[in-house]
Design a protein around this ligand. Structure first.
Ligand code: MN
Ligand code: MN
Length: 296
């Protein structure tokens, strides 16, 4: 038997983050319709997270059609939803303890692709217990998606969630990748199958609206220094969006911080144009004989 205490404060905060996430994710899904504004949606969700006692663990992602991850509205974004495949990804932190969950809302008429990633997620969740090999989870995810005639996106994976750390070990592959890793009681992991009618490998695009701190260093430029102070005070090592910054010219400051290797960006990840990507993600706490989904 494991001596991890799943009732400790740390796990209670993971659960609290998960509950907030489930609430705001439902509100988000209800607001998605043709003509609705991307910027209004993310602002609603991020404000509600704060109202409910959490903090956004990363900027809410809205990925459309071939986009898979890391897309979020810019400061004066005027995009609205069309008849598209819309993938929303939300993170919540409570005192740095995280929850991460995503869902695809399809207005494009590709329900089977949405079902493929959703069923892959449920099949993986049903298989998780202490001692399970991550290669088995990847195999189940990949085979479930292949069963629908689609491909898993193989260069995106699930991941552990650390304190103030959005991506830690272990990684959970979306196909059978033997890595000699098993899950243990108390592991908090995000499982996130992506399914596509494309080739199954995403590439970096040129847009970049999300950044995170790498290392603190002194910097001469006053604006850049102010932005760095906001990052270290509010976001620490969690990802943030350009539109969250108080500076009057945030883009210039971000460019300076990047040049000094103080922050790095997350370019939008996408399939080839003309293809679609669906995603479903939940955060789970691994138990002796199963798992507890914190983001239902
Ligand atoms: Mn996510
Ligand atoms: Mn994730």
């Amino acid at each position: 038997m494991s001596d991890v205490d799943l009732d400790s404060e740390q796990y209670q905060k993971h659960r609290e983050a998960g509950e907030i996430l489930a609430t705001v994710r439902e509100e988000a899904v209800d607001r998605i319709e043709v003509g609705a504004s991307h910027l209004e949606l993310v602002e609603h969700v991020e404000d509600r997270i704060r109202e409910l006692g959490g903090q956004p663990a990363f900027p809410m992602n809205i990925s459309i059609d071939e986009e898979a991850a890391h897309a979020t509205p810019c400061i004066d974004d005027d995009s609205t939803f069309g008849e598209e495949m819309i993938n929303i990804d939300i993170g919540v932190a409570v005192d740095g303890w995280l929850a991460d969950s995503a869902i695809t809302v399809d207005l494009s008429g590709n329900d089977e692709l949405v079902e493929a990633s959703a069923e892959a997620l449920e099949a993986a969740i049903d298989t998780i217990e202490a001692g399970v090999d991550t290669a088995l989870l990847g195999d189940i995810i990949g085979r479930t998606i292949n069963g629908y005639g689609y491909n898993p996106v193989v260069n995106l994976t699930g991941h552990g969630l650390g304190h103030w750390e959005q991506h830690t070990t272990p990684n959970i592959p979306n196909r059978k990748v033997p890595q000699g890793t098993t899950l243990e009681v108390g592991d908090v992991v995000a499982i996130e199958p992506f399914a596509t009618d494309g080739g199954g490998k995403v590439k970096e695009g040129s847009d970049e609206e999300i950044f995170a701190l790498d290392q603190e260093k002194s910097i001469r430029d006053r604006q850049a220094r102010e932005v760095l102070k906001q990052i270290t005070d509010e976001f620490r090592t969690l990802p943030f969006a350009t539109r969250w910054l108080d500076a009057s010219r945030p883009k210039l400051a971000l460019r300076r911080l990047k040049q000094q290797n103080i922050i790095h960006g997350y370019p939008v990840l996408k399939e080839q144009p003309g293809y679609y990507v669906s995603q479903k993600e939940h955060t789970v706490i691994v138990t002796e004989d199963g798992c507890e989904v914190t983001t239902r």
